[in-house]
Structures are given as C-alpha cells and as structure tokens.
Design a binder for this molecule. Sequence first.
Ligand code: NAG
Ligand code: NAG
Ligand code: NAG
Ligand code: NAG
Ligand code: NAG
Length: 494
Amino acid sequence: MDYGMVFVKILLVCLVGEFVIAEGLAVNWGTRASHPLPPDIVVKLMKDNGIDKVKLFEVVPEAMEALGNSGIQVMVGIPNELLAPLASSVRVAEDWVSQNVSSYISRYGVDVRYVAIGNEPFLKTYKDMFSGTIYPALENIQAALIKAGLGRQVKVTIPINADVYQTESGLPSGGDFRPDIHDLMMSIIKFLNDNGAPLTINIYPFLSLYADPHFPVDYAFFEGSAAPVVDGSITYTNVFEANYDTLIWALEKNGFPNIPVIVGEVGWPTDGDVNANKEYARRFNQGLLNRIIQNRGTPKRPSPAPDIYLFGLIDEDAKSIQPGNFERHWGIFYYDGSIKYPLNLGNNRNLTYAKGVKYLSRQWCVMRPDADLSDPNLPQSIDKACSYADCTSLGYGSSCGGLDVRGNASYAFNMFYQTANQQKGSCDQFFNLSVITNIDPSPSGSSCKYEIMIDTGRHEVARKPTTSSGSNTSSSILTMMLLLLPGLILKNFS
Ligand SMILES: *[C@@H]1O[C@H](CO)[C@@H](O)[C@H](O)[C@H]1NC(C)=O
Ligand SMILES: *[C@@H]1O[C@H](CO)[C@@H](O)[C@H](O)[C@H]1NC(C)=O
Ligand SMILES: *[C@@H]1O[C@H](CO)[C@@H](O)[C@H](O)[C@H]1NC(C)=O
Ligand SMILES: *[C@@H]1O[C@H](CO)[C@@H](O)[C@H](O)[C@H]1NC(C)=O
Ligand SMILES: *[C@@H]1O[C@H](CO)[C@@H](O)[C@H](O)[C@H]1NC(C)=O
C-alpha cells in the first residue's frame, strides 16, 4: 500500500472522530433569568463547546437573531398558553409561522429544524386543560409550515413528559399509553408519523429519585446498577433506558415501531435539594455524554441513537420553584456561564466557560457585624430579600444550607443587592441591618458562594459598535480575574 493512502485513511479516521463529537451535542436554552447572559455570548459558548443543536422554549427574538448564520440547528417551542389561539384558526397559525419561523430563516439565516408545539401538555397536574387544543394546534401549524414552503425543512413535534405512558407490569415491555389519553395520543402519533415528524419525550431520573426516597440511587445513573431490572432477554441497569424503552414498546404495540423519538429534556440539577449537587450532576451528565459520544441507542432501539437535548445550558434564577428549589439549578453552567464541574466532551476535550462576561463591582451586601441577631426586623428583612431574589441555595441539603443565622441573612441581603444591580440604596433597605463590603463573604472550604451579578448594562453598551472602542485595562483585568476565579475555586471541590 502506498503511504499516501494510509495517511488519507488516518486523516479520515481523525476527521470522522471529530465529526462524531461535534455532531451530537444538543441543549435546551432557557431564558427565565433575572440577568440573562447576552445571546451573542451564549451562542459563542455553545460553539466553543461543540453544541450544534439548541431548543428554545419560546421565540425569544434576541436569541433567535444571535443564532442566525451560527451553524446551530434550532428547535423553537410554542408555550401552552398559545395552543388555544393556534387551535382556533389556520390564520393565527400562519401568522405565527410567518413572524416566528419564516422571517428568522429568511432575514437572519436561522437554521430552524423543528417547531415544538406545547410543552408537556398532558402533565397530570394540568388535568385536561390542553387536551382539546393540542391536536388542532398541531394540524394548523403543520398546514401553515407547508403553506410557507417549509414542510420539508421544518418538522413539527410535541414534547411530552413521561407520565403519558405507563407499565402495569413495571417492566418496559408492559408499556402503553395512559388510558385517559390513549386515543388522543394515537391521533397525534399517527399525524406526526404521516408527516415524517418525530415524537419528543422528556425523561428525568432526578425526579424519580426526588419523588421516591426508596428509589435505588444507582439506577438513576449509568454506570451499572445494584438493582437491575430484568425484562425478558434484556437487563436494564438505568432508568433512562428503561423509561425510553417503555415508550418504544408502547409505540410498537400500537403500530408505530419506527417513529423517531427525540429526548427533548434530560439532565441533573446542582442545588436546591439533597440529591441535587455537583457530584451527582457530573456523574449523570458525564454518563449521558458518554452515550451521546458513542452514538449509543437503547436495548430496544439500539440505532439510530436518539437526539438528546440536555437540560439545561445555563441556570435560570427566575424560574418558578413550584416543582422544587432545584428548578433554578439545572444548568451545566452557572448564571454567568462559568463551569460548575468538569465534563469530558470526547477526545479529552473539556467544557469551556463563557468568554467576554462583564460583572458588577467586586462588592457584596452583608449583615452588619454589629447588628443584633435578635433584632425583630431580621426575619421580615430576610423574607423581603428572598421574595425578590433567588435564595434557593439556602434550603436544607443545598450548597449554602449549612450557614448560621448571620450567614443566612448576609446571603439573602447579597442576593437582593446583586439582583438589584448593586443599585445605590439597595443595601439600605433592611432596617439598618446591612452594610456593603468588598471582602468576599463566601465561607472558605464550602461550596456556598456569595455571587456577584453580571453587568447587563455594560453588555448592552459593549454590543453597540460606536462605544466599543474605549477599552479599559483595569476593568478588563478585573473581569478576567473574576472569570478565572470560579474555575479555580470549583477545582478544589470537584
Ligand atoms: C411569536 O412568538 C411569540 C413568543 O411565543 C408570541 O408572543 C407571538 O405572539 C408570536 N407571534 C405571532 C404572530 O403569533
Ligand atoms: C480536562 O479537565 C480535567 C479535570 O479537571 C483535567 O484533568 C484534564 O487535564 C483536562 N483536559 C484538557 C485537555 O484540558
Ligand atoms: C436559613 O434560611 C433558610 C431559608 O430561609 C432556612 O430554611 C434555614 O432554616 C435558615 N437557617 C438558619 C440557621 O437560620
Ligand atoms: C445603624 O447601626 C449602627 C450600629 O448598629 C449605628 O451606629 C448607626 O447609628 C445606625 N444608623 C441608623 C441610621 O440608625
Ligand atoms: C475604567 O474602569 C474603572 C474600574 O471599573 C472605572 O472606575 C473607570 O471609570 C473606568 N474608566 C473608563 C474610561 O471607563
């Protein structure tokens, strides 16, 4: 053989290796944050980490514009509240597609691939609220996409949560759809199948553990289990595969063995519950990433491997905590795009942090050292701070759950102060119980961190080309130091 051929072969292997890694990563980008990272920084963050598919829960114009010509494929969601109007007429659906899909494709070069209609519309807690509108909304959007000439490029789908199916036997092979929505699910799946569209399923092993204290912890993760589930010739060692295959069985049983099934959300939170921590999140997400990198399917459907959208990209401090305090901590990145724990993205490539993030000044609002812990105004001050800002790291088993009363109050005051952009006077709202300091109050040797908020105002200015030339050395060194700090600190705890 001539050496040229061998060289080409080696090159091809390398290229294909790279290709596999760069192809598979997909994430959810939620934007329920008090201080969202600027979309251009987020898009760069995704590209730096080889993420080439993103799911948005709704059309966020700034996010869509930043995704234009980025090479990232987009799934855009339609919130449940829009199902009723979209179901009411094709015209409404046509307007939606025109304003929220067509224009972004033609004007900004956004690579829209899917429209996700509704989000978990059959959650038991919603009762039947959306069961009358989901199917006509699906039909109307599909008709509107075809009319817009996008029928081939953009596929519809419906993200459902795992409680639409169940298994009487407790085994995946017993899978079938919930009797109360069986017929509706059949209509939906037939419609998707007829239109070459996938079904989307959200799977949350963390919630299995959260809901059931007796759930075998090992079974929530990927690397072997102390309590495997044997189903015929298949042995399941993790709930992710068992859950996915329960749906595949249900589909097969009802005559749709080949419809593609996307995993629309899966992940693990890092705070807000005893089982939500960096160690577990890293273990779960690395296990998941390894499967994605290896292009692995499940026992029942070994190939093709499903597209898997990680939930989520960045923490969202303004998300509803009705399901639990962990809701604001699903990100693989913190609110500022810094790294929580290392992840191997394949070929020993590590997760990298967001570049160009600007922060507020290095100062915190804490409880006055000379203020009295028995001050009658203290409880209401903490309540006030926490009803405005995010205090979900303070609960039992959370990253700042071990603080004493003074630490607690300081944490709450600081979150208020940072969320209020360190505005003048915002640290003076607690009956003279608080004071500004430039000494980091974060307890050493703990995972509890008193944060400094990102400076959205300075990002706005920086993005305007007319003002971007005035570089400021001292502040950029400060920004660099702050960017590096979280990474350095986190290494000690991982
Ligand atoms: C486009 O999507 C946004 C966000 O979901 C929504 O508020 C708006 O009404 C949509 N536009 C149309 C014309 O339906
Ligand atoms: C990735 O991170 C791990 C753990 O922090 C480290 O040991 C390793 O050297 C890093 N690899 C690269 C390529 O940076
Ligand atoms: C700190 O605050 C949290 C949340 O308000 C509360 O659950 C916890 O009991 C407090 N701890 C102390 C020591 O006051
Ligand atoms: C605030 O408290 C400090 C010490 O606790 C005291 O010296 C100061 O006078 C107080 N300020 C006001 C306006 O009450
Ligand atoms: C440069 O940054 C410092 C520190 O953030 C600030 O005090 C100063 O006003 C800045 N100068 C300019 C020209 O923006």
